[in-house]
Design a protein around this ligand. Structure first.
Ligand code: NZQ
Ligand code: ZN
Length: 388
């Protein structure tokens, strides 16, 4: 295990009705807040009304920036920054899924900056301050509610890039499983694929002897396998939604990645796909992950796949290692398909003509793609070809 510093200061209010904590949070932290929302789900499912009750109780002034789309756009971030600067906002409150939270985070860091916020994403500048960010999460997927990442798309150049800084880690997040009851089956499943992939990206690592992290990771995967299908079929099953919600947060808040080298190849590749074709992030991952697994399986990596197959899928450990590893990959793909995820790029309308550009851009964006197995441009093209 490698050395690490573990510090996750986000305050989590977890459970039914926990939004009631917000009036006190507002009173302590803010006088003028900017509420960031998506394309209307929070207005339909009652989340916005509950939020308004808290705003009124705290007697603070609020402004609204709505219409954030999945794979959030830089333009809407610029609009939010303008409001935040003009109205002297002191806290940006995201009410929605990962896209809304990521846009809110970019607004928070852009509001304290005189230059172009995109420079932070292109790594031409490093942020030194940000407004406080708070969240009311409505979709279990990204872990954005407890991490310091924001992923934004600049459409004219078809670039989707991530900014990672503790400055934008939310100061508090409300996680009420009932707020996820209204998520449809497709987005629920895409969220589960995303959560599982966050675990894979940290689990499949060359770092040895990080057993604490890996046993927690396996538990998170098993929770997704057990409760994911329940959430898709019974959207109002509180305990299923609660377990998936908390798994999503723990999968990407730092906990299981501490002291280990992360891989992140599947994310690097998927971000290039959704940057151009605007597909759902989780659906893209469900297509790429099993093909990445097949591509990286070799004599050096097999041991980790065997561990995964036995501990997560319960495959008989007396079988040959090669058959355990292949079985585990097969089960991963079958699970994604069983919850309604696509299994090929063709299914989601992604043609083959830009595979080389995507591979080039993935390496350009991240410097290196993959560490469990370092990927070259031709490796990435191979994974994309396998995914057709
Ligand atoms: O826009 P609204 O109307 O809110 O509808 C959304 C959207 O259409 C809907 N939705 C959300 N909560 C709902 C609901 N519908 C009904 N009831 C509810 N309670 O779901 C749709 C998808 O929402 P979105 O926020 O886009 O999904 P997700 O949370 O999966 O976020 C995806 C974005 O996050 C990025 C992805 O790349 C993508 O841009 N990621 C962010 C990460 C991070 N910040 O750490 C890490 C991830 O790996 C990922 O890259
Ligand atoms: Zn993800």
């Amino acid at each position: 295990m490698e050395n690490f510093t573990h510090y996750i200061p986000t305050k989590i209010y977890f459970g039914k009705g926990e939004i009631s904590a917000l009036s006190d949070e507002f009173k302590q932290r803010a006088r003028r807040i900017l509420i960031v929302t998506g394309q209307g789900s929070v207005k339909k499912n009652g989340v916005f009304d509950d939020l308004m009750d808290q705003v009124k109780k705290a007697k603070i002034k609020f402004f609204e920036h709505s219409g954030i789309v999945p794979n959030p756009r830089l333009e809407s971030v610029y609009e939010g920054i303008e409001i935040a600067k003009r109205e002297a906002i002191d806290l940006v409150l995201a009410a929605g899924g990962g896209s809304v939270i990521d846009a809110a985070k970019a607004i928070a860091v852009g509001a304290k900056h005189d230059g172009d916020v995109w420079d932070f994403f292109e790594r031409k500048a490093v942020p030194s301050s940000a407004l406080d960010v708070g969240c009311v999460l409505t979709l279990a997927a990204t872990g954005s509610e407890m991490n310091g990442n924001s992923v934004i798309t600049k459409q004219d150049s078809q670039r989707k890039l991530a900014l990672s800084t503790p400055l934008i880690r939310p100061v508090f997040s409300v996680l009420d499983p009932e707020y996820t009851f209204s998520v449809n089956s497709f987005h629920t499943a895409a969220g589960i694929a995303d959560i599982m992939t966050h675990v894979f990206e940290q689990y499949f690592s060359y770092t040895e002897a990080a057993d604490v992290q890996d046993r927690i990771a396996e538990a998170l995967l098993k929770v997704c396998i057990d409760y994911g299908p329940v959430c898709c079929k019974e959207p109002k099953d509180y305990d299923a939604r609660a377990n998936i919600l908390w798994a999503g947060t723990l999968a990407l808040n730092g906990l299981i990645g501490e002291g280990k080298a992360g891989d992140w190849a599947c994310h690097g590749i998927e971000h290039e796909i959704s940057a151009i074709y605007d597909i759902s992030h989780g659906a893209g991952l469900a297509i790429i992950v099993p093909n990445w697994m097949k591509h990286v399986l070799n004599n050096a990596t097999r041991k980790k796949f065997v561990e995964y197959g036995i501990n997560v899928w319960g495959i008989d450990k007396e079988k040959e290692d090669s058959s355990i590893a292949e079985d585990a990959i097969k089960k991963t793909r079958e699970f994604f398909v069983s919850i309604g995820m696509p299994s090929s790029l063709t299914e989601v309308g992604v043609p083959q003509d830009k595979f080389k550009d995507m591979a080039k851009n993935a390496i350009r964006s991240y410097g290196q793609v993959g560490s469990f197995k370092k990927l070259t441009e031709s490796d990435i093209v191979d994974i994309l070809q396998r995914s057709v």
